[in-house]
Design a protein around this ligand. Sequence first.
Ligand code: OFO
Length: 172
Amino acid sequence: MALSNKMEKALNAQINAEMYSSYLYLSMASDLNGKALDGFSNWMKIQAQEELYHAMKLYDFVLERGGSITLDAIEAPQTEWKNPLAIFQGAYKHELLVTSLINDLVDLAIKEKDHATNNFLQWYVEEQVEEEASADEVVQKLKLIGGKGNGLFMMDKELGARIPLFTFPAGE
Ligand code: OFO
């Protein structure tokens, strides 16, 4: 069964939303880097990589289903935040929005009787539970330590240990 036009359009819009998520987190990573929080920045940069992966997974699925890809402009993200707590609260809020987008896609797949897309989207439904929880965990810990001092230093070390999904070879 081919993708309906409506489903194809909605999946393309989600590719854009995932690319925007990547942009937003990359922007947050650079702000954290500017705040001398290299560990927090590392965590957020890896989050940006995850979002690219989410976009590519959708991209491959649309093509696999014989659909076509239409890449739209990616909105420019915010560039500065007050402190790390504001950044991670922003990331958590963004994940809630993405969850609602995924839920809307599932609703559409059900309405269109597109079982393959519905099945494919279940991966994202599960992933969103994890994404919300991991952003919220950082928010809660930041609140616990009051967002500063030795606690912040320790957290920075902890988040700095997150392993990237991929690395680029060192250039000449
Ligand atoms: Fe953060 O899950 Fe995709 O957007």
